[in-house]
Design a protein around this ligand. Structure first.
Ligand code: M6R
Length: 364
């Protein structure tokens, strides 16, 4: 039931504050300010590598997870697209653990990767939304996302719930590995707990984002740029726009701009830049300058400070509330989803059921 919403996707975007809150509650003890000690088939203090694999948007959640695990827990992560992982025959040490991410729990390539790790004798966890799925059955531990059924083919709420699990798990790993002190844990948990409230504020930017989308719908190509955890979000933005509106889009790490994609920039090229004001903001500003100098149309997604400090002319600036760094990817995912959603609505495509796509890809 879509309720008052025009599409399931719209409904699912709006459900995010609530389902992020449910999901976090499963991994975080808010009262005591601690990441819950989960029963895992591995000991975060003893493993030396975590192999993450998944497909599509779930893969991008894993890619953001890599930044978190490495930064908060100093745990090296190998992240792979499952269709590559399964044939790559990656050597896995006996001190490795494997994590798979999937909304449906049925994606053929992800399942095959899981079975490869099973054969290699590596402990297996799945971040999964459908608890009765094949992956959930075959894993050693289920790390559920509590997003509820996701009907729209484009993944939205499952993605931000996957991110919520991954962030909480990275904090847990950081504590277990001695890189996060009890005080820091309290602080991080408090910041995680702010995600639902901030998400409901971000969803309210919808009217502005709808206007920006009206313009975007007239273009043939769109480029998305970001650094650090905003790089996977740039990839996610491009994926969402392609699958929903059929506009050609590409996501790049902003620092890669001058290694090729800059050749595409002219006055017809919109460039969506995802850049909250953080420690590398200035670096992204210089990439924006390179775009602006070639007449590219910049749509900047940032916060108040970022809007003030960016010295570059943009055609639109979407200003989010200030958010703690650890939850920024969860919140910046929302404007990216809304931009793709409204552009598709303007294009008149079938938003919930885009052409050529299936909700669950059970064949390779
Ligand atoms: O069910 P899964 O999470 O394993 O599905 C993975 C991808 O097929 C999925 O995320 C796909 O990329 C979405 N259509 C993206 O919106």
């Amino acid at each position: 039931d879509k309720g008052n919403h025009r599409h399931f996707m719209h409904k699912e975007i709006h459900e995010q504050p609530e389902v992020i809150s449910h999901t976090l509650g499963n991994y975080i003890d808010f009262t005591n300010g601690k990441a819950k000690a989960l029963e895992l088939p591995w000991d975060f203090a003893k493993i030396d590598r975590l192999a993450i694999s998944a497909c599509g948007t779930a893969y991008l959640a894993g890619l953001i997870g890599k930044y978190w695990f490495e930064r908060l827990a100093r745990l090296p992560v190998d992240i792979d697209i499952a269709s590559e992982f399964r044939y790559r025959e990656m050597p896995l040490s006996k001190n490795s653990a494997a994590l798979f991410v999937s909304q449906s729990g049925e994606t053929a390539d992800t399942l095959a990767s899981l079975r490869y790790c099973r054969k290699e004798g590596v402990p297996i966890g799945v971040v999964v939304n459908v608890r009765e799925s094949t992956m959930a059955r075959e894993a050693d531990v289920i790390l559920p996302t509590l997003a509820g059924p996701e009907i729209g083919v484009a993944s939205t709420k499952a993605f931000t719930c996957q991110l919520s699990v991954m962030a909480a798990l990275a904090v847990r790993a950081g504590v277990a590995r001695g890189h996060i002190s009890p005080d820091e844990e309290q602080k991080l948990v408090k910041q995680l707990a702010e995600a639902p409230r901030l998400a409901s504020q971000v969803v309210k930017l919808e009217e502005q984002i709808e206007k920006v989308s009206r313009d975007l719908a007239h273009h043939r190509d769109v480029l998305y740029l970001g650094r650090d955890t905003n790089f996977p979000l740039a990839l996610e933005g491009a994926l969402k726009l392609k699958e929903l509106s059929y506009i050609h889009a590409e996501g790049y790490a902003a620092g890669e701009l001058k290694h090729g994609p800059i050749a595409l920039i002219d006055e017809n090229m919109p460039v969506v830049v995802i850049a909250p004001y953080d420690r590398i903001f200035e670096k992204t500003v210089s990439n924006m300058q390179e775009v602006a100098a070639r007449g590219g149309k910049i749509i900047l997604i940032t916060d108040k400070k970022g809007a003030e400090k960016s010295t570059v002319n943009t055609i639109d600036t979407i200003v989010l509330p200030d958010v703690p760094e650890i939850i920024a990817p969860i919140l910046y995912a929302l404007p990216v989803q809304m931009l793709a959603y409204f552009t598709a609505v303007f294009m008149g495509t079938d938003v919930d059921q885009p052409r050529n796509l299936a909700k669950s890809v059970t064949v390779e």
